[in-house]
Design a protein around this ligand. Sequence first.
Ligand SMILES: C[S@@+](CC[C@H](N)C(=O)[O-])C[C@H]1O[C@@H](n2cnc3c(N)ncnc32)[C@H](O)[C@@H]1O
Length: 257
Amino acid sequence: MTDETINVRIPDRSSAEQGQGEYFFLTVNGRTEKISFHDYDKIYSIPGLYEKLFYDRYKCNSPEVVCSLLEKNLEQSDLDSSELSVLDIGAGNGIVGEVLKKIGAENIVGLDIIEEAEEAAWRDRPEVYQRYYTADLTQLTEKEKYELTNTYFNCLTVVAALGFEDIPPHAFSAGYNFIDSPGWFAFNIKEDFLENKTDSSGFSKLINEMMNDNLIDLKDKHLYRHRLCQDGTPLNYYAVVAEKKDDVPEDMVQQFL
Ligand SMILES: C[S@@+](CC[C@H](N)C(=O)[O-])C[C@H]1O[C@@H](n2cnc3c(N)ncnc32)[C@H](O)[C@@H]1O
């Protein structure tokens, strides 16, 4: 292991600057780079940086909020978390998997589109996932499809990974369709992305169609502060738990391509 000097400088931001996106400056061995909050590859490559930034500095608590909502709904249905077989998509470096383990889930598989996420998950939380796929859900290999189909998942989790610049509706649908019916679906999503008025992500339309066509049965929906924005204002998300009734059909997916 090399002795790197690492320094993180977070700029003071006013709300007027918010449209420019969120970023910080990372200096490694004297070389400084401006890093966007979506540069997950660079963030995961430094152990502890993701946690320091989003969890300590910007007070994210979404894995706990989503997993405890799931736990509460399982209890209300007289189900035990140890019976879950979870596919965690947009899994990152494994924080959601770690919380799922804490609530009693034993069988958890992670998936993320970038290899730095998988590397960080094995590096930081090697005991959490039984398997981890670096994969694009819309371009899976036959082997990946076979393995994911034959794992018989009964729960999908997606935390802080749906929508703009992250998992789009058609990729989400592919992940959702690997879950058995009946099954569980626990996720969070930006407030605007679930409300028709301002949604440009497609998720408001998709989730509403899924409810109207009885593909999901909404069990719980809770608006809360996902984290602070860089200007200090709250970034509100919905935590949602639903029961899966059926797959998303191909014609529903097509409109999001
Ligand atoms: C904000 S992080 C959330 C990580 C983790 N779920 C958590 O709550 O800490 C979003 C993650 O979604 C992943 N992601 C973005 N687009 C994706 C896609 N199309 N398929 C799978 N993962 C994706 C990113 O690589 C990143 O690791």
